[in-house]
Design a protein around this ligand. Structure first.
Ligand code: C6P
Length: 414
């Protein structure tokens, strides 16, 4: 890796760290423009997982022998790396889960189900991924609480003018929004929403699945109460994510999953729970995956999150400009300066799945569909969109390849 913190990143050099780019697809260079679904993996992360399996593998927090102690140390080191990455006050607040979906479900079940009452209000937005919508819809429904949606304006940005009206309707207990939208790339005004949520006495749950890979996060500066991260979107392996939560809230919560490791003592008539974070980590941890996630954080921090964010802003601006040249295209979402490296679009009269399939033959990988955001698709009045998403290894030539591919798609359907 040739880039150091604070400098502009060199995506062309960084690509050499990613073995996946050493191939062609359908005889064409691979233009991987689907990093919002899951990022590609650098060799440094893959090596760290291999090394753990080859030298230190054993179950954690159980054995007293050398290997088990080494494995436990590696897992706890990864937890500390994530604590520092999020600027969390304590590793006790860093809970390993499988992914952002599980993180949000943990809060919905272990906080929402226990604290919501009939008539309470849960606020989400029209921009949410199903993972930050369905769990709230489900627990609100179970408890007789009301779900309210903050609407989007015509630029694909949140319209906050209805907040006071929602506050007058009842007791707002939970506000749950993403920081970056996976469909439109919109960067949401979480600071304003957190302040409003706390004025209402509500907790704020931040879905940072699309933010953590791309921008510097600081849970203390954000002021959120919970924050969900997926490791596989930030150069880490699949199967490791994190829920960060405030210790004072986590301590008062009942567990989400019960069983091994999360207990303090078990008797026939009563079980007591372990300390944080173990109370929320039932069963064998995703050990090697957590180690991989720790190595991914090392990798991202060596490049610099600010450099990654700046690179993606440049790519978003370039992509919006180049895509606008394609006849019959509709681009969704805000201007480049207010979005992350995600661009959704449609070609007039051509279904996104057809677009994506023809692009695949050109070596271009994008996502087509509802992006797990059906309420947003309803709002946009479409069943699906095409989505190109970028990361630290994306180069402008891949966007050019996409644009050429779109011209080819139009010829096929002419
Ligand atoms: N979005 C996408 O292509 P999981 O699957 O649990 O790791 O992440 C869920 C999730 C939650 N919130 C946001 C904002 C997300 O973007 C995602 C995952 C992928 O957009 C897969 S659907």
């Amino acid at each position: 890796m040739a880039v150091t913190a604070g400098t502009k990143l060199d995506a062309r050099t960084l690509r050499a760290d990613f073995p996946i780019f050493e191939q062609q697809v359908h005889g064409k260079p691979l233009a991987f423009l689907d990093s919002a679904a899951s990022s590609q993996k650098p060799r440094q992360m893959l090596d760290a997982m291999d090394h753990f399996y080859e030298t230190s593998y054993a179950n954690v927090h159980r054995g007293v022998y050398e290997l088990a102690e080494r494995a436990t140390e590696a897992l706890e080191h990864a937890r500390e790396r994530m604590r520092a990455f999020l600027n969390a006050p304590s590793t006790r607040e860093v809970i390993f889960v499988r992914n952002a979906t599980e993180a949000i479900n943990l809060v919905a079940y272990a906080w929402g189900l226990w604290n919501l009452e009939a008539g309470d209000i849960v606020v989400v937005t029209e921009l949410e991924h199903h993972s930050n919508f369905v769990p709230w819809q489900f627990v609100a429904g179970k408890r007789g609480a009301e779900l309210r949606m903050l609407p989007l304006d015509d630029h694909g940005e949140l319209d906050l003018s209805g907040l006071d009206a929602i506050a007058r309707e009842g007791n707002v207990k939970i506000v749950a929004t993403n920081l970056v939208s996976n469909s439109l790339g919109t960067i949401n005004p979480v600071d304003r929403l957190v302040a409003w949520a706390h004025e209402q006495g509500a907790i704020f749950v931040c879905d940072a699945a699309q933010a953590a890979p791309h921008m510097k996060l600081d849970v203390q500066a954000l002021g959120v109460d919970f924050l969900a991260v997926s490791g596989h979107k930030m150069c880490g392996p699949s199967g490791a994510g994190v829920l960060w939560g405030r210790a004072e809230i986590l301590q008062k919560m009942e567990p989400f999953l019960t069983g091994g490791h999360m207990i303090s003592s078990v008797h026939v008539d009563k079980t007591t729970w372990g300390e944080l974070p173990h109370k929320f980590e039932a069963g064998t941890a995703p050990m090697a995956e957590a180690v991989g996630l720790g190595a991914a954080i090392d990798y991202l921090e060596a490049i610099g999150l600010d450099a990654i964010e700046a690179h993606e802003h440049e790519l978003a601006a370039y992509a919006l400009g180049r895509l606008a040249e394609v006849p019959g295209i509709t681009l969704y979402g805000p201007p480049a300066e207010r979005r992350a490296g995600i661009v959704s679009f449609n070609l007039e009269g051509i279904h996104p799945h057809d677009v994506a399939q023809i692009l695949d033959l050109q070596g271009v990988a994008i996502r087509a569909g509802h992006h797990c955001c059906q309420p947003l698709m309803h709002k946009l009045g479409v069943a699906a969109t095409n989505r190109a998403s970028f990361y630290l290894y994306t180069i402008p030539e891949e966007i050019d390849q996409l644009v050429e591919g779109l011209h080819a798609v139009r010829k096929v359907f002419a």
